[in-house]
Ligand binder design. Structure first.
Ligand code: THU
Length: 130
């Protein structure tokens, strides 16, 4: 998939978001090294804390299907700001990828800002510290 197609996939996933509380849709598209793409959307809950972010849905779908070889991740929102991953998601991403992993964040205009995981989570905690 081209970057444009991967972004379109994340944008389309916003339509599947279950967001009766925040009304803030997020879509995600996670690309593996062989080009396989796992998608996600945010899924909220009346009890609030069980809510899961779009990018974690995509990552957990991939992990549960036996995949850990991630190449890049697109996160799409409809706001004016680029939809960057929350702190919890940054730590979950950290578990499976290196510092140079590419994270592409989209705003509601479909504009993209490129980050590495290191940009978003420097001095991160990982298994080497245990
Ligand atoms: N959300 C995501 O899906 N990804 C993020 O990284 C930011 C937050 C969702 C969670 C919740 O359903 C809504 O956006 C508002 O916080």
């Amino acid at each position: 998939m081209t970057e444009k197609e991967l972004c379109r996939t994340a944008i389309d996933m916003m339509d599947r978001a279950y967001i009766p509380y925040s009304h803030f849709a997020v879509g995600a598209a996670l690309e593996c090294s062989d080009g396989t793409v796992f998608t996600g959307c945010n899924i909220e809950n009346a009890s609030y804390s069980p809510t899961i972010c779009a990018e974690r849905v995509a990552i957990f779908k991939a992990i549960s299907e036996g995949r850990r070889d991630f190449r890049r991740l697109v996160i799409a929102g409809r706001g004016k700001d680029y939809c960057v991953p929350c702190g919890v998601c940054r730590q979950v991403i950290r578990e499976f990828v290196a510092d140079d992993f590419e994270i592409i964040c989209l705003n509601g205009a479909g504009e993209a800002k490129h980050f590495t995981l290191h940009d978003l989570l420097p001095y991160s905690f990982d298994s080497s510290m245990l």
